[in-house]
Design a protein around this ligand. Structure first.
Ligand code: 6PG
Length: 635
């Protein structure tokens, strides 16, 4: 077995390597001892090595590694700052990579205390800049003592032959990324993917082989082998598409599972299905955890926001593992919480996605207004969005939109080549359906769903655009001023979007008696998830005082100030032939919500007129239903 301990100067590679050598009886080698003389001289004079200098050295090491493997193994300490260097060292499969990482001040302190070593401390900065963080191997924090670090490595190694602690079924992007995240954080994880002849063959074993830098990852193509490799009670995470595939997988697993095993559905399942499955599996003695996971591929790999529901006792058995892989909030706490019973985890993930739809559409509308109303090009728009990031509107979705706008292709922009038909997998529509069932006004977020549906009718739209001769018309007013209005209009829309989503959560939580903690939900959405933003950070505090966003005094202050920006922008946009579904819905929602005497008296009178549906008089303290014979008043 070959261990390669990497890290910049001062990270303690030699100390850890020597200590590990004592405990394992494997010989220890320091890569620095294999440098050609010319390199040593350069380093002593404080001259950084270039890649040309490093090549012969890395090739020598690569040969040595193969040699050491044949003679029983070794431990090598080597900076291996770049991925290309590590690839050269990877001369045999199954190398155990240990990456030592620490903060610059600590490394500097260590270098200054060194004696009899030719490394000039001034080179640390260049090394840190060169370091490419590998996405495999064990990542260890060097602020721990060498003994602790070596024990951590040995524990990892011990668990290699032991049963896996966690199992993941489904090797789509999310399943794969979560598996690597777990293996990297020291969780022995077994993965399985179904076998479909000619289509899906050896997916799991192939994935584990391709990631041999993760020794804690094991791949199985046979369900029985996979299940036998899991420690009891088994903890199995399903990362497969929502819908009937989940029921089919559950039925396949049921005869093979033991009482007390834990089944986790980490996909975007509809919460009512999860409620049903919770009851069904409880009767079978299986602990079921419906769990929302947000963050896309990158989040799953580096740290997602995790929203588990189900029974708290089962949650406690899996939370130590989930804590390791979750994103961290500003205070370093995992973006993970026990949401509540049954499908509540999937419910809040569904609402998360609904807010995500609203935010995406609001940003798309904003970008369109800038592009065709203000005639800014994508790079100029990206610049404005980046400025907004520093002006109180920071969010992941704004940030990625700026990135997207900057991507060029040939002489144009990639975004202009993307077909304007928005797809959806269901969560937005389910939220809308749930809002209607629970009588929750949801217009801003519901418009985001409708906008995607409209967008998908591309052929029909193209035909009608010709028939109606539709063109956006540019704004004549002052650009700078409009941008200021637009920023505030978008900021207020964003507040309304969140208000719609959190109101839905409150209503459903009350109906199911789930006792959802909104401040905690906002907290786990401050990092790792798609809708992380400075607004979400603010909501963590806000929900400690009220569960009504529009009743918070800071929000009232801003909403009063920005209301005229929103109405102005919506008016301007509509007059210039821009469809602004979410922004206009947000305006109507806000105006409809802050009005005392609404127009609904007319509705009630109409209902009573044609159907004797009765109405209540404002001046009747008993609220007695009344009917008027409207015809008798007709002259
Ligand atoms: C997340 C995302 C994720 C996925 C959406 C896409 O939180 O990580 O929301 O769940 O990207 O399901 O949904 P649509 O296909 O419906 O846009």
């Amino acid at each position: 077995m070959i261990f390669i301990i990497t890290g910049v100067s001062g990270s303690g590679k030699s100390t850890i390597g020597s200590l590990l050598s004592k405990k394992t009886n494997l010989p220890f080698f320091d890569a620095d001892d294999f440098h050609p003389k010319a390199n040593v001289e350069k380093m002593t004079q404080g001259i950084p090595l270039d890649d040309h200098d490093r090549m012969p050295w890395l090739n020598t090491l690569s040969d040595k590694i193969a040699e050491w493997e044949n003679s029983g193994g070794a431990i090598l300490a080597c900076s291996a700052l770049k991925e290309s260097y590590r690839q050269i060292l990877q001369s045999i499969p199954g190398i155990v990579w240990v990456h030592l990482k620490g903060e610059k001040p600590l490394l500097e302190e260590r270098l200054q205390n060194r004696k009899n070593h030719y490394m000039n401390p001034g080179l640390l900065t260049s090394q840190l800049e060169t370091w490419e963080d590998p996405d495999y191997g064990f990542h260890l924090d060097v602020s721990n003592t060498p003994e602790e670090l070596v024990n951590e490595i040995l524990n990892h190694m011990e668990s290699l032959n032991a049963p896996s602690h966690f199992g993941i079924i489904g090797m789509g992007v999310m399943g794969k990324s979560l598996a690597l995240n777990m293996a990297e954080k020291g969780v022995p994880v077994a993965v399985y993917n179904r076998y479909v002849s000619g289509k899906e063959e050896k997916i799991a074993s192939g994935f584990a082989e391709a990631n041999s830098g993760f020794p804690l990852l094991k791949g199985f193509d046979d369900i029985n082998d996979f299940l036998s490799n899991l420690e009891s009670p088994r903890k199995i995470l399903l990362m497969i598409p929502a819908g009937t595939a989940i029921d089919t997988q559950i039925e396949q697993l049921l005869p093979l599972l033991n009482q007390g095993d834990i089944l986790i559905d980490g996909g975007n399942s509809f919460f009512e299905d999860s409620n049903r499955r919770s009851e069904y599996l409880e009767k079978k003695g299986i602990n079921f955890i419906p769990m929302g996971v947000s963050g896309g591929e990158e989040g799953a790999r580096k740290g997602p926001s995790i929203m588990p529901g189900g029974e708290i006792k089962s949650y406690e058995l899996i939370s130590p593992y989930l804590k390791k892989i979750a994103a961290k909030d500003k205070l370093g706490k995992a973006c993970l919480t026990y949401v509540g019973p049954q499908g509540s985890g999937h419910f809040i993930k569904m609402v998360h996605n609904s807010i995500e739809y609203g935010e995406m559409q609001a940003i798309a509308e904003t970008v369109h207004l800038m592009r065709y109303g203000l005639k800014l090009n994508p790079l100029e728009i990206a610049k404005v969005l980046r400025e907004w990031q520093h002006e109180g509107l920071k969010s992941y979705l704004l940030e990625i939109t700026a990135d997207i706008l900057e991507v060029k292709e040939n002489n144009g922009f990639l975004v202009d080549m993307i077909l304007d038909e928005a797809a959806q997998k269901g969560t937005g529509g389910w939220s809308l359906k749930t809002a209607i069932q629970n009588h929750v006004p949801y217009s801003a977020l519901s418009e985001a769903v409708t906008a995607r549906q409209l967008s998908a009718k591309k052929k029909e739209r193209s035909e009608l655009a010709k028939l109606y001769n539709h063109r956006f018309r540019a704004f004549a007013d002052d650009k700078v001023l409009i941008l200021e209005h637009l920023k505030n209009a978008y900021a207020l829309t964003r507040i309304i979007n969140h208000e719609n989503g959190f109101n839905l959560m409150k209503e459903v939580s009350d109906n199911f008696q789930w006792k959802l903690d909104f401040s905690e939900i906002a907290r786990i959405w401050t990092n790792g998830c798609i809708i992380r933003s400075t607004l979400m950070e603010e909501l963590v505090q806000l929900f400690q005082n009220t569960d009504q966003i529009l009743q918070d005094k800071n929000i009232i202050h801003r909403a009063k100030e920005w209301k005229s920006d929103l109405t102005y922008i919506v008016g301007l946009g509509l007059q210039h032939d821009f469809a602004l579904p979410v922004m206009s819905a947000a305006t109507n929602y806000l105006l409809g919500k802050i009005i005392d005497d609404s127009s609904a008296n007319i509705i009630q009178a109409q209902r009573d007129y044609f159907g004797a549906h009765t109405y209540i008089r404002k001046d009747d303290p008993d609220k007695k239903p009344r009917h008027t014979d409207w015809i008798t008043y007709k002259k």
